[in-house]
Design a protein around this ligand. Structure first.
Ligand SMILES: [Cu+2]
Length: 458
């Protein structure tokens, strides 16, 4: 949220209201409508990704997501549950219990040094979405209970090539995206939750809208602070691991280290660009090859937000879930919440991460004097800052037993796989280990055994 001192922001909002008057009181009412303290019930969205629809030729079935999406005061758009099917013939596997933006922190740093907490410090509503928001492939979810307008777009997008090789051609992937727009005064935050056909979850915030009146050109950071209550398969027995890649340029080798996160206790760590830092969440459930089903939290970054505030002093945090405690949901309270250093192994854990963009205003954000001046001092600004995205990915590891959406040929029996050392094999395995079994629900085709030829190996 651009701006200077809070009082100036209020002035800015007031001016915005005046500016909106030509659009009618209904529009102004829409921006500042009252919101109930209790969130309306979630809506359920189920999307199947049929193999036959993603550009391939094999007659396999596909995967599916079931997602519960909600909107709330000081929450914007958030997720209250997500379940995945590795194969349409299989039961749902729980992945997320809750995922949300916990704070939108916007510190200005050139002259005003004001700090905005755009999610918890204001009562900003979700903006109305219409057909033009959804585009040609999107649809509008019905308004939440008690709302008089729709606020969520559902899109199922092509996401480009997901694999291509010498043996079996190419396949394109798809994703379910649920997004809404937080109308943060003059600014707008697109809050987007994407669920890929391969089990990946992509969390994104996009910053767009009008730079604040009076401070059009002051640089600032839009920092999204995410809270992800992951419940992987059995959410009460998840463990957090810290993943590091250690390489010394004076040598040719490198080490990849997996260690208990923060010694197995709550806390925060720094993302190191040279170490490809990740948090790995492991369940106790193993896939058919004997490896724990896990998810990797992978930041996607332009830079690292580091500010005076303590909750910005680390990038990746893990805490024990205490979903009954209201303070549990506040990122600004996180340093306090982890001070008792509870264990984060084989328990119900919550992941926390930041993702930020640095907004240096540019002429593409808009221009002054582009419309009639309405009040003395009005800079007659017109234009909208083009959206800048930041986010994190949650990528499955050993959720499947082999490449999803790949046209494997004949399915070997479990006995064959055991003879080949499939159980407990490394996920980097090649050669013999590259031909695992396809148990029910592996996401691989259980019906495509017509060919007797195995895929060629290097
Ligand atoms: Cu900005």
């Amino acid at each position: 949220m651009p701006g200077s001192r809070p009082s100036r922001r209020i002035l800015g909002l007031a001016l915005l209201g005046v500016w909106l008057l030509p659009c009618g009181p209904a529009m102004a009412q829409r921006l500042y409508r009252r919101q109930s303290l209790a969130d309306p019930p979630s809506q359920e969205v189920v999307t199947e990704f049929l193999v036959s629809e993603s550009g391939g030729s094999e007659p396999r079935k596909g995967t599916a997501w079931k997602v519960h999406v909600a909107r709330g005061l000081h929450r914007g758009l958030y997720i209250t549950g997500a379940w995945f099917k590795r194969d349409l013939s299989e039961d749902w596997i729980k992945i997320l219990n809750d995922a949300r933006v916990s704070e939108l922190f916007v510190p200005y740093h050139l002259h005003s040094q004001v700090r905005y907490f755009d999610l918890t410090g204001f009562s900003f509503p979700l903006a109305e979405v219409k057909a033009e928001d959804a585009g040609p492939f999107g649809t509008i979810l019905p308004p939440f209970q008690g709302d008089d307008h729709a606020t969520v777009v559902k899109e199922v997008r092509d996401r480009g090539v997901i694999w291509k090789d010498y043996a079996h051609g190419v396949r394109r992937g798809r994703e379910l995206i649920l997004w809404g727009a937080l109308q943060a005064g003059n600014y707008v935050y697109l809050m987007s939750y994407s669920f890929h056909d391969d089990g990946t979850i992509a969390l994104r915030v996009g910053a767009t809208g009008q730079n604040l009146p009076g401070q059009r050109y002051e640089a600032h950071v839009h920092s999204a602070h995410w809270r992800i209550d992951i419940d992987l398969v059995d959410g009460s027995k998840n463990s957090a691991m810290l993943m590091k890649h250690l390489e010394d340029p004076r040598s040719l080798g490198a080490e990849d280290i997996k260690e208990p996160f923060n010694g197995g206790m709550e806390g925060g760590v720094d993302w190191d660009p040279k170490e490809f830092t990740m948090i790995r969440v492991e369940s106790q459930k193993k896939n058919a090859r004997g490896e724990p089903i896990a998810y990797d939290l992978m930041p996607l970054r332009y830079g690292t937000p580091r500010h005076n505030e303590e909750f910005t002093h680390h990038d990746l945090w893990v805490s024990r879930s205490h979903s009954d405690r209201p303070m549990e949901y506040l990122f600004i309270n996180l340093p306090e919440a982890v001070r008792d250093r509870e264990l984060v192994e084989e328990t119900d854990i919550v992941l926390w991460a930041n993702s930020a963009v640095h907004h240096e205003p540019r002429h593409e954000d808009g221009m002054p004097g582009a419309r009639t001046r309405i009040w003395p001092g009005d800079d007659a600004w017109e234009g909208s800052a083009l959206v800048m995205w930041s986010g994190i990915d949650l990528r499955p590891r050993n959720l499947f037993d082999r490449t999803p959406f790949y046209p494997y040929a004949a399915t070997p029996s479990p006995q064959q796989v055991n003879r080949r050392g499939g159980r407990g094999a490394s996920d980097r395995g090649t050669g013999e280990n590259a031909q695992p079994a396809a148990p029910a629900g592996s996401g691989a085709d259980a019906t495509s055994g017509s060919s007797s030829t195995e895929p060629r190996r290097r």
